[in-house]
Design a protein around this ligand. Structure first.
Ligand SMILES: NC(=O)c1ccc[n+]([C@@H]2O[C@H](COP(=O)([O-])OP(=O)(O)OC[C@H]3O[C@@H](n4cnc5c(N)ncnc54)[C@H](OP(=O)(O)O)[C@@H]3O)[C@@H](O)[C@H]2O)c1
Length: 319
């Protein structure tokens, strides 16, 4: 098959479009012809070696397509089924193997491309708004990078749950997108904590911060007493170590650094989140903004664009 292969970690140029052996199908897995692979920031961390993996590897943690073969001990899945997955490596390729524990059936009426665009970030936005902090009507919520892949979904889902949503973005175009997704207020990053306090009085109930290094300290200052700091990513770089006493000083705050795997660890939990997510898509309550589609061979360009903050919403790779 053709795939993107990383043989040494580094910049976008290490994403090489090459011939690569077809993945081996083991018991409990299915082989999928990939229709589209989602691009996620974690793919950048893997490529850079910030989250180390053994080399060589095929990147990509999310995709959707058609089942081409079914391994031993797999029940309820047939060749031809439309499926999607998240948190399984190897989707920057024409074929991928997916363990059934991570396999989701794409419902009738949802295009596989759309499933590839929403599954990883949608499941993440679900656990952040339903489990890390259960957003309630009337909550004030701050979403950083509100026009990004994660951001646009977080804004919409927090609105579905009745919150007032404040977003941060870097440009006017991104502001417009965040507002169209339902954000009540949209700020630039400079001085955002003061602006949040002006809007809310005592601060927000929760901050969803996937930006990391450049926003972390001010995000704590934007929280109300006993608020929740959900540091779920580090697009601007890792956050340096902190003294826990800071949490007391800023108002008895909670700090968590969650990752998707811990929130879809059981088949039931994965099914609950996916059923909500695909249900909102079917009903039109959730819209997915696919801003760019790249041929698989141009994965390096997709990474350059993502890291340079040139993108909005979701990026897809099409084999
Ligand atoms: N923990 C989890 O379970 C989980 C799951 C999925 C994603 N994530 C995290 O969620 C975050 C967003 O991921 P995504 O794939 O949806 O990306 P994205 O938000 O579409 O893209 C990143 C955005 O971050 C903002 N940003 C601010 N400073 C930046 C910098 N120095 N370099 C690059 N971007 C910067 C930019 O928006 P502005 O220009 O508006 O600032 C940029 O567009 C990432 O940190 C990712 O690791 C975590």
């Amino acid at each position: 098959m053709r795939a993107i292969v990383v043989s040494a970690t580094g910049g976008p140029e290490v994403l090489e479009y090459s011939d690569y052996p077809d993945p081996e199908l083991n018991p409990g897995e299915v082989l999928v012809d990939v229709a589209a692979g989602g691009v996620n920031f974690i793919d950048v961390y893997h490529r850079m070696g910030r989250y180390p993996l053994s080399l060589p590897f095929v990147p990509g943690n999310e995709g959707a397509g058609t089942v081409a073969a079914v391994g031993e001990d797999v029940e309820g899945v047939s060749v031809g089924d439309k499926v999607a997955w998240a948190n399984v490596m190897g989707s920057y390729a024409e074929k991928a193997v997916v363990p059934v524990s991570h396999l989701l059936m794409v419902p009738e009426g949802v295009e596989p491309e759309l499933a590839a665009a929403v599954t990883l970030q949608g499941l993440t936005a679900h656990y952040l708004t339903h489990s890390v902090h259960e957003v309630k009507p009337g909550d004030d919520v701050l979403v950083h990078a509100a026009a990004g892949g994660m951001g646009l979904l977080l804004v919409q889902i927090a609105k579905l749950r009745g919150a007032r949503v404040i977003g941060t973005v870097s440009t006017e175009e991104k502001e417009e997108l965040a507002r169209r997704a339902g954000a009540d207020e949209v700020l630039r990053y400079k001085g955002f904590a003061d602006a949040v306090r002006d809007l809310t009085g005592s601060g927000v109930h929760v901050v969803y911060d996937g930006v990391g290094a450049t926003t972390f300290a001010e995000s704590l200052a934007a929280l109300r007493p006993r608020g929740m700091m959900a540091l779920y990513g580090q697009a601007s770089g890792p956050v340096p170590p902190i003294d826990p006493q800071v949490l007391a000083r800023e108002g008895s705050l909670f700090l968590t650094r969650p990752s998707l795997g811990a929130y879809i660890a059981t088949k039931d939990e994965l099914a609950w989140r996916a059923s909500d997510l695909y249900g909102w898509l079917a009903s039109g309550e959730l819209r997915v903004h696919v801003s760019r589609r790249y041929p698989l061979a141009e994965a390096a360009r997709a990474h350059e664009d993502l890291e340079a903050r040139r993108t909005t919403g979701k990026l897809l790779l099409i084999p």
